[in-house]
Design a protein. Structure first.
Length: 205
């Protein structure tokens, strides 16, 4: 899976400068040149290449989170692999819910300036079954889709948003950091599932 940033290749700042100031960054060279030529005759910039790229990354995370829950036996959703590893890695469900919560918090901040921590309504006793967790993932996907509908063109991603800390951040940077944090939880969930069920039984990325 290819992410907008990769810790072994690009720093967030460097890559975001490339993608934000070159809206056709994700297109092959030939298509990029053609797009640039067509843009020169158009007075309105309505390109959504970068928005679509972010949207695909979030959609892939949603799919993977759902598959992880479906692949985990119900009784093992909140089971930690301590007996097998000698340490306390988070359970599959805990990782998935936390990853989805990161996305929900960021997208809620974008759409309604609501930065509430989802912790209170995502406790294990609240999301006790796979069905309830999958319903929550769908709710997060809806919140994410609403946030992306507010983006008219790639240039919107250069706008700054005020964070709960009082600092400001561009929407592009916020989305990138959110993706990275959610992906870490996905990786943790995959590791736990592999320990609990064996690599052969865990679904591949």
């Amino acid at each position: 899976m290819t992410y907008l940033t990769h810790p072994n290749t690009f720093g967030v700042g460097l890559l975001m400068r490339q993608v934000c100031y070159c809206p056709n960054f994700f297109l092959p060279d030939g298509q990029r040149r053609a797009a640039q030529m067509s843009k020169s005759d158009s007075p309105v910039h309505d390109d959504r290449t970068l928005i679509a790229a972010y949207d695909r990354e979030f959609a892939q995370l949603h799919f993977r989170f759902s598959e992880l829950i479906k692949s985990t036996p119900e009784k093992a959703l909140y089971q930690q692999a301590a007996a097998l590893t000698g340490r306390l890695p988070p359970s599959v469900a805990e990782c998935v819910v936390r990853g989805a919560g990161v996305i929900e918090q960021s997208c809620g901040g974008i759409t309604a300036n609501l930065w509430d921590d989802p912790f209170e309504w995502t406790l294990p006793e609240t999301l006790a079954t796979a069905t309830l967790i999958l319903e929550y993932l769908d709710e997060v996907a809806t919140t994410r889709q609403q946030a992306f509908l507010s983006f008219k063109c790639d240039a919107d991603l250069l706008k700054e948003i005020m964070l709960p800390s009082g600092e400001s951040q561009t929407l592009a940077d916020l989305l990138t950091v959110t993706l990275e944090q959610a992906a870490k939880y996905r990786d943790q969930a995959e590791t736990t599932l592999a320990v609990l069920t064996g690599p052969a039984d865990s679904c591949s990325r």
